[in-house]
Design a protein around this ligand. Structure first.
Ligand SMILES: Nc1ncnc2c1ncn2[C@@H]1O[C@H](COP(=O)(O)OP(=O)(O)OP(=O)(O)O)[C@@H](O)[C@H]1O
Length: 259
């Protein structure tokens, strides 16, 4: 395996519940190679977003460690950029200024931030929309703008939490294909949470499956098909992993007998 950029080691976390505290993460281990794409899947509500929060340093685990390039970053922020399902674009700013915000929050002056993100807008197919307000964009373009803002931060790690979860099925397929080819050019280190197993096997080098609550890693599946891939035409490894993951999630039922 290439050098591990991210190592999550034996992470445990309890969260408050009506009955007191409830374990949500119970001994999660994860290793993500630099320049690789990892998708995290698991039953609804098992703790996928919570795990991303721990990796980002927004939540400090009760036990366990998060290492970035061997450096202990447990409970600290600044090493990862986060994108959620809700694009959180600011309606009163233009697309250019929304993307530039990723740098401005780090103290880069507005003018320089705008200059630096122009190339990114071109690459993300947003040049013609630089001066538009987010409300003028389609759902797919909004997500591209949000992703551009996330990438613009220049962090070592991108954490994507169901970034296409709110899109219609066709737009989602287009964006998956677009992200697959854009990622293949850049090779950002990505950890992405998704409920869509086809999306996971299209994008990921490795699909990590979490158990139900309290969550730990129950399976890791390599997807060795070459990049970039297409969601509508899964390769042999993607098809196998998709089947295995769906089986592990209990989605596949035995075929009816006696027919
Ligand atoms: N701030 C909080 N306080 C208490 N419990 C929380 C908090 N945030 C999340 N939880 C609980 O922790 C559990 C895991 O939530 P989380 O959102 O991480 O799951 P998920 O796997 O991402 O969910 P989904 O599949 O619905 O996207 C859930 O039971 C949730 O209700």
């Amino acid at each position: 395996m290439a050098e591990a950029l991210l190592q999550v080691q034996d992470v445990h976390l309890e969260l408050p519940s009506a009955a007191g505290a409830r374990p949500v993460l119970a001994g999660v281990d994860l290793e993500v190679a630099r320049g690789s794409f990892t998708c995290v899947v698991g039953p609804s509500g098992c703790g996928k977003s919570t795990l991303l929060g721990v990796v980002a340093g927004l939540r400090r685990p009760d036990r366990g460690t998060v290492l970035l390039a061997g450096r202990d970053v447990t409970g600290t922020t600044g090493h990862a950029a986060w994108m959620a399902q809700d694009d959180l674009l600011l309606e009163w700013r233009t697309v250019l200024d929304n993307v530039a915000l990723g740098l401005q929050v780090q103290g880069v002056r507005r003018r320089e931030a705008r200059a630096r993100v122009r190339d990114l807008l071109t690459e993300f197919g947003l040049t013609g929309h630089a001066d538009a307000r987010p409300s003028e964009l389609s759902g797919g373009l909004r997500q591209r703008a949000a992703l551009a803002r996330t990438v613009a931060q220049g962090r070592e790690l991108l954490l994507l939490d169901e970034p296409f979860g709110a899109l219609d099925a066709l737009t989602r397929l287009h964006l998956q294909r677009w992200l697959a080819s854009t990622w293949a050019e850049h090779r950002w280190t990505v950890v992405m949470v998704t409920h869509d197993v086809r999306e996971a096997v299209t994008l990921a080098d490795e699909v990590v499956r979490l158990s139900g609550q309290p969550a730990h890693v129950v399976a890791r599946h390599r997807v060795d098909d070459p990049h970039p891939r297409r969601p509508a035409e899964p390769g042999p490894a993607a098809r196998t992993v998709e089947h295995d993951v769906l089986g592990g999630l209990g989605v596949l039922t035995a075929p009816p007998t006696g027919t």
